[in-house]
Structures are given as structure tokens and as C-alpha cells.
Design a protein around this ligand. Sequence first.
Ligand code: PLP
Ligand code: ZN
Length: 413
Amino acid sequence: MGKVIGLKCATCGKIYPPDSGLFTCPDCGPYKGTLEVLYDYEELRKTLNRKNWINNDLPWHYRYINLLPFNDISLIPPLQVGTTPLIENKRLNSKYGFNILLKDDTRNSTLSYKDRASSIALIKALEQNAPGIIVASTGNAASSMAGFGASSGMPVYVLVPETIPEGKLLQLILYNAKVVKVKSNYDKCFDLSMEIAEKTGLYLRSTAVNPYLSEGKKTSAFEIAEQTNYNLPDYVFVPVGDGCIIESVFKGFKELFMLNITEKIPKIIGVQAEGADPLTRAFQGKSSEITFMDKPTTIADSINVGVPRDGIKALKAVYESNGMFISVKDSEIIDAIKELAKETGIFVEPAAAAAFAGFKKARKEGKILPKSSVVILLTGHGLKDPASIKNNQQVDTPVLPPDIEKILKLLSL
Ligand SMILES: Cc1ncc(COP(=O)(O)O)c(C=O)c1O
Ligand SMILES: [Zn+2]
């Protein structure tokens, strides 16, 4: 198991041995008992510093191997992951009066942030000689896992809601995953995946109940630290469904801070869609008690989650960093997709656009300090779900004969 020294329950704090095979704390159950991967931070503090904490002999986010839960570099999958650009667009800055950095994770191999987690899940499955991997997903986690499985010949089994967007389904099929569309929602797929993993010995890659996924998802925080030359932003905006990305990003910043590699932890802002926002509601009630939503509804399929599996850690990330949760309307999400595409050239899917919409709303409501620095995590590519924008946008383009006069007239040139 190498450098991982324990798995700590998010609620009762009990620490289990890393080879216990547990996914969640038996005392606290699957929602409250999510586990956190612990390293020997005392020991790491003695040896790691800003100059040596990265291993530049390794590719992509595996450069952070000192803070990742594996040692055998021969298991690294041959598919790019992370190492995505942090983009400053000066026009956007002057429009909003903030120093905005866009973390463009649409550039991952399977076009979403989930590749960060899938890459580590694959390594853990290979370590255990698992016969295959099972994943329940709204779409991205599955298509990502399928891509990484394909890169290494690992069979991937997938349960998705039947409403999965076409682009994500096409990825699954072409990556050769064994896909079942379930006549139900994501939350039901999730429960089924846990049962199947238990019955079959398949490695479980469903979000949150597998603590190692966070280890992959935290690496964007490491990249942001490097890319800002350790001048961390004041705020990081993260779209939230299950809450795994947000808690992982926080963990990444916290680890660097604990190791004295950075000097602060940014305020973490979670953004949910209004129709699927149990964590915003808990936050508004200043509580850590989450009331699940039976029928979550938003066009942002990736965050259409009523039962957030990593809710406890997600709320902790926000409370401990002095951040907040906010919710945005579907119409604000659509506007954010259009604005980002038009003003920055980055075309994102609705969930990713929610983070930008959240920034706009927080700014408008005076919830963030003017002129401060902001990172917005753009977690998934727009071409994964073109229908969501097509239904809300005039996409008819006129067809003309090959007549230059007519073309110039149409283009007002
Ligand atoms: C593009 C995108 N953004 C955000 C999220 C939300 O991540 P989490 O469920 O970990 O909160 C997801 C999860 O599927 C996603 O695919
Ligand atoms: Zn517990």
C-alpha cells in the first residue's frame, strides 16, 4: 500500500488500515462514512519542499506521485490526464473587474475532469488484479473510465440513466465499455453499482464511496499552485453534484498548506443548479445535515444529483475554507455557456458553465471581494452534450448558393 497510512472516516474520524478493503466507515454508513486517504504528513513535511515535491521524470499529473496513493510507475496508463491550461483572458477581467483564471479541464483525454479520478482508479484496479471495473455515472465518470480502461485493456462495466447525453454514450460505445442504460436516475444506478461490485469482485469506481478517486481529483489544486507560481487565488469556483470534485480540490490545497509548500488555502465556492441543490440548502441552514432531493432536475446532467454521496466532505471543504455554496438557474447556466464560448473560445457543457454562472452571481450579489483573484474550474466539454444548448439556441444557419455577392450581403461585409 506504500505511503498511504490510513483511511479516515469523514464523520466519526476513526482511522482504518489502508488494506482493510473498506469503501466507507461501517459505523457511519455509505453517506456519512466516506473515507479520506491519509499520508504520513509528519514524515512528508520533513522531506518535501517547494523545490522537490514534484517528480518531473513522470508524465502528466503523476508528477505529483509523492502525494498520490501508488508507487508502481509501470502501472501508469498511456493516456494524457490533467496538466491542463490555466487561462487568463484580459477582456473577461476588464468586463468583470476581477482577475479571472479559467482552469480548462475540457482538455482532458476524454474531455472531462473525471479523467483525473479514472486514471487513479485504473491504477488501483490493476494493483489488485481486478477482473474489471464497474461504475455508475451520469455520463462523464463512465466515459472517462471507459477511455482509461481502453488504454490499458481493462474491461469497464457501466450503469447510466437512460437519459445520458448522446455524446457521452457514443464515447462509451466506442471505448468498448459494457453499457447498461437503466430506466431510472443516477442515484439508483449508484446503489446498483455497489451491489454488483460486492457480488462480482469488480473494482468499484463510483464516485465518493471509493476514497482513491479524490486522490486523482485533487491534482488540479497542485497544478493551480504551480501555474500561479504559488500565488494562490482568493476563490476557486467548483460545480458540484456528488461533491467529490470540490472536496478533492480542497484536499489538494490543504495538503500543500500542511506541507508548508503554500501559504494559504483559497476560499472554495461550490456551485449547484437550483433544481438539484441539497448542499446549497444545507449551507444556507448553516448545517451539515443534508436533506436529499427525490427528483432533482436541471439541464446540467453531470450535476443532476439529489443524493450527494460526498456531501459531508463537500460541506467541510466549504466551511473549513470559509467559502460558500450558491445555486444558479438553468437559464443562467445556458447564458454562461454562450458567454464563455463567445468571449473566450472555450465551449463547455452545462455543469462546467454552472461554475462560471456561480461566479457571476456571487459577484453581482457582492459575495466576493472586488478585484480579487478567482479560478473557475471548467470541468467538461460542450460537445459532450450539444443537445442541451441546441434546444436553447437558434442553430439554423442559412444555406446560400455559391454566390459571392449574396454571401457578402448576408455577412454584412
Ligand atoms: C463536467 C462535470 N462537472 C462537475 C461534476 C460534479 O462533480 P461531483 O459529482 O464530484 O460534485 C461532474 C460530475 O459528474 C462533471 O462531470
Ligand atoms: Zn465513521
